[in-house]
Every structure is written in C-alpha cells, then in structure tokens.
Design a binder for this molecule. Structure first.
Ligand code: NAD
Ligand code: IPM
Ligand code: MN
Length: 357
C-alpha cells in the first residue's frame, strides 16, 4: 500500500523522536512492501518562528489531505510569554480541532521488563496493569470561553467548561467500543459531586451504557481515581474522561509504567484519518542532546499502522521489537532507574528497535 503521512515535528525533542519513528516506519515499509511518503509541516514554536503563526493554513491543509499525521511535541520556554493565541500549544489544540479528533486513546501498561522502574509497591507491581485511557480531546475547558475581567477583589481571569450531550455520547461510544475489544469494563471519571458538566457527563454515559449490555460500567470521582491509579491500577480496563482530567491522569498513568517517554496515543475522529502523538511534551530540559526516549513516538507510529491503515502485522512487528528491546535490557536515561544499566541515546535506541523488527 502507498500512504501519505504528514509529519509535525514541532519543538524541543519533537524532531528527534519523529525522525526516530520515521526510520522505523521506513524499515517497516521495506519489510512489508509498502510505500510511505512523508511530508513535513510546521507547527508550534517552529511555525511561530518561521511564519508568526503556530498553525499555518498550509499545515492544516496538508494534514487534512494526508492519510495520517504523526506529531512530535510543541512548546518551550522561548514561546511561554507570547499572548495565548500565539502560543505553540494553540497550534496543537488547533490541529486536533480542525481535524475533528475528539477521541484520544492513551494506552498505559506495565511491561514485565520495566517492573523495576515502576515506582509502586512490589505487591501492586506484581498484579501488573494494562489500561486504556479514553480522553475527550476537542471539548471541555480547553475550548470553552475564557477571559479577564474586573472582579470583586480586582482583576480576575475565568475559563469555562462546557460539554454537550452529543460530545459526551460520542466519546462514551468510543470508550465502550474500545472496551469490547478488551476486558469489557469501562470506568467513567468525573467530578459529579461538584460540576454540572460532570452530572450531564454521568447521565449520558449511563444512557449509552445501555447500548452495550456486554460491557460493565461504573463511575469514579476524579480525586479518588487519581488515588486508585497508584493504589490498584490493575482495576482499570477502559477509563473514559474529559479533556482536562484525561490530560492530568494520563501523565500520572505514564509514570507508573516507568516513564512518560513510554506512552503513545492516537487522536481519532469520525474518519479513519487520525493524528498520532506521544503523550509527553517537548522536554526542553533534554532537547537537542540525543537523550529522549523515542518509544512513545515509535509506539504512536504503530498505533497509526493499526488504526489508520489496518496494518495489524506491521503494528505487531513494531510492538514486538519494543518488547524485545526492553527485555534485552536496553534503556534510555528515563527508564534506567537504579538498574545500573548504562543508558543509550535516542538514535541508538532507534537502531536497537530497528535491529529487532
Ligand atoms: P514534558 O512532557 O515535556 O516533560 C516533563 C518531563 O518528562 C521532563 O523532565 C522531560 O525531560 C521528561 N520527558 C518527557 N518526554 C520524554 C521522553 N520522550 N524521554 C525522556 N524524558 C522525557 O512536560 P513539560 O516540561 O511540562 O512541558 C514542556 C513543554 O512541552 C511545554 O511547553 C508544554 O506546553 C509542552 N507540552 C507539549 C505537549 C505536546 O506537544 N503534545 C504535551 C505536553 C507538554
Ligand atoms: C498533551 C499536552 C497538551 C494537552 C498541551 C500541550 C496543549 O499536555 O497532549 O497531553 O493538554 O492536551
Ligand atoms: Mn498533557
């Protein structure tokens, strides 16, 4: 098959990790007889520097025309003082919205080889975990009205969270569909004891649950969920939650796998075309030093093969190579822990994965 893939390298470690995933995809193409055409587009700080706009129209058009999109990360201290509309993050939110990518799948599992890197107690680690966070990605407080005004105590700022029934219905369906392919359990996370959006969320999820009698469904308040994730992560199969709760809880879930450098994601909409992105950011503290863990991005590329192109064997091949690299004790600095193993860089990790494809 021939596929056109738009590359959004972005900022910080973005270019390093995207180039790593591209190398892996090139080897997959050769091995399985496909042709992947890669076209880079500007986003985030790099786009601001070149054009003054974090999401140039050319980038939106290129992504909409491509068969799929692979993104690194955006942002960094250089652009942190720019006005809200000109921040790199606005480019990322803009492309998710422009492509209608309301579902963000963030799988988090404990690799047996990384048990030593999990910060949890040995008896919890022994139970393992394998969960799928389904994060709503184009609504909620990220996209609500916001502003500044004069308040009771002087100048104040405000943000609003709004969810429509339609938005909750479609993300709930995405979660129940995901659960059907897994252990058939959904936990919906909200703050229904305080927030009206959460009460609507909960009612709607319960109504959609009736369409899926084969899948069990329960609610959990977000503060409890943050605690349960480190107390007994094995209780979670599919988790469905709002944009902001999902952002926060997925970083928490990533660290119990060993590192945020391990977690891939797929951002999906109504069509098969999606955007594939690691959950982490541009890691300005290690950018340009060949220290980044490319696994989250390489696994995002595997999700692209599976979800966008229906290339199951090809996706398995990448995932197995990552398993093998970890089993062989090959580590970037973020997953070395106290193992005494000498860490390798992003480029060498890429080569090690490629050797095992
Ligand atoms: P971050 O995820 O960039 O980094 C947090 C910590 O994790 C840092 O110590 C970093 O070195 C480490 N880390 C992250 N990815 C790693 C990897 N692949 N390998 C090894 N270590 C890794 O979060 P932050 O520092 O809060 O944010 C930095 C910038 O990135 C901000 O501008 C933020 O807005 C942006 N950001 C972008 C995205 C995205 O583009 N999807 C996601 C999150 C944050
Ligand atoms: C993520 C990031 C983004 C988000 C930021 C950079 C806008 O943290 O992908 O998790 O909050 O969605
Ligand atoms: Mn995040």
């Amino acid at each position: 098959m021939e596929k056109n893939i738009a590359l959004l390298r972005g900022d910080g470690i973005g270019p390093e990790i995207v180039d790593s995933a591209v190398k892996v995809l090139e080897v997959i193409a050769e091995k399985f007889g496909h042709k992947f055409n890669f076209t880079p587009y500007l986003i985030g700080g790099a786009a601001i520097d070149a054009t003054g706009n974090p999401l140039p129209q050319e980038t939106v058009d290129g992504c909409l025309a491509a068969d799929s999109v692979l993104l690194g990360a955006v942002g960094g201290p250089k652009w942190d003082t720019l006005p809200a509309n000109l921040r790199p993050e606005k480019g990322l939110l803009g492309i998710r919205s422009a492509m209608g990518l309301y579902t963000n799948l963030r799988p988090a599992k404990l690799y047996p080889a990384l048990k030593e890197e999990c910060p949890l107690r040995a008896d919890i680690v022994a139970q393992g975990f394998d969960l799928m966070m389904v994060r709503e990605l184009t609504g909620g407080i990220y996209f609500g009205e916001r502003g500044r005004r004069e308040g009771k105590y002087g100048p104040e700022a405000w943000d609003t969270e709004a969810y429509s029934v339609m938005e909750v219905e479609r993300i709930a369906r995405a979660a129940f569909e995901a659960a059907r392919k897994r252990r058939k359990n959904v936990i919906s996370i909200d703050k229904a004891n305080v927030l009206e959006t959460s009460r609507l969320w909960r009612e709607t999820v319960h109504r959609i649950a009736e369409e899926y009698p084969d899948v069990s469904c329960a609610d959990m308040l977000v503060d409890n969920a943050a605690m349960q994730l480190v107390r007994r992560p094995s209780q979670f199969d599919v988790v469905v939650t709002s944009n902001m709760f999902g952002d926060i809880l997925s970083d928490e879930a990533s660290q119990i796998t060993g590192s945020i450098g391990m977690l891939p994601s797929a951002s999906l909409g109504a069509t098969t075309r999606g955007l594939y992105e690691p959950i982490h950011g541009s890691a300005p503290d290690i950018a340009g030093q060949d220290k980044a863990n490319p696994i989250a991005t390489v696994l995002s590329a595997a999700m692209m093969l599976r979800y966008a192109f229906d290339m199951m064997d090809e996706a398995d091949c990448i995932e197995k190579a990552v398993d093998k690299v970890l089993e062989d004790g090959i580590r970037t600095a973020d997953i070395v822990g106290s193992s005494g193993i000498e860490a390798i860089g992003c480029k060498q990790m890429t080569e090690e994965i490629i050797k095992r494809l």
